[in-house]
Design a binder for this molecule. Structure first.
Ligand SMILES: [Zn+2]
Length: 95
């Protein structure tokens, strides 16, 4: 039963991309949660809001719900925001 409890805890730590919608809004000055993107690892297409969000790491990590590889990594420091988008084939910013 201890194992089940641990599984529940780890599941509650995983949010979806909508949880970081405010942070993305600050960076891109647009609502990115409904924006399409493509995983560079497995080619899965989906909305940023549907990515798995890990907010308990240093910074925010968004992972592909298909292959669980990192799509986006965001680190905010006192004087800058770092965006690592190597795991995304593209990000779409609506004009
Ligand atoms: Zn993937």
């Amino acid at each position: 039963m201890i194992g089940e409890g641990q599984a529940d805890v780890s599941r509650t730590l995983v949010l979806d991309g909508n949880a970081v919608g405010g942070l993305l809004q600050d960076i891109f000055e647009a609502d990115m949660t409904a924006s399409p993107t493509m995983c560079a690892h497995c080619g899965r297409e989906g909305h940023i809001g549907n990515l798995l969000a890990f907010t308990h790491a240093p910074g925010v990590v968004l992972r592909c719900p298909g292959c669980e590889q990192v799509v986006l990594r965001i680190v905010v420091t006192p004087d800058a925001t770092y965006l690592d988008a190597r795991g995304a084939v593209f990000l779409r910013l609506k004009r």
